[in-house]
Design a protein around this ligand. Sequence first.
Ligand code: GDP
Length: 174
Amino acid sequence: MAFQSYSYVFKYIIVGDSAVGKSCLLLQFTDKRFKSTHDLTIGVEFGSRTVEVGDKSVKLQIWDTAGQESFRSITRSYYRGSIGALLVYDITQRQSFENLQKWMEEMKENAHSRMTIILVGNKTDLESERQVSYEEGQAFAKDNGLVFFETSAKCAYNVDKAFLSVTKDIYFNL
Ligand code: GDP
């Protein structure tokens, strides 16, 4: 059959500072590709992939802010209907970690109160440039009740795991 059937559709959003690797995480998860340029496409990028959880197929629709972060124009409509979020920082950019609290507040203001958030420290392949330790990421996640993964969108390290983990959390708490 040429069509794919699925039992659920989950909408996810990806938030975090510019250049932390949000669109690369999306591209790696949906297309198994990596792009080395940072193009500030205006508008929200979108990707989808269907995964199996339990004995069901779940279609994940994932929205990326695509360069809109600096304009503070991520509006309620972006958050609307989203059941999960990846909150991303770059382990080689301390400031992107310092800004996590601001992103948590923004999400609390705009998102569904039961949205599942997963913290992602990206770019582990750049270990020699690391500015945020694994333990710091873990501590922030613990304080805020989030699941935590370090990833590399470049090496596809933990990318599937992060998306699948949030999907399982949501699915088994439906
Ligand atoms: P966004 O603004 O958060 O969507 O960031 P992008 O996905 O456009 O990535 C910003 C830059 O970081 C680009 O040059 C990417 O190639 C690079 N990048 C993203 N993820 C990784 C990663 O895991 N490792 C490395 N070394 N570079 C990455």
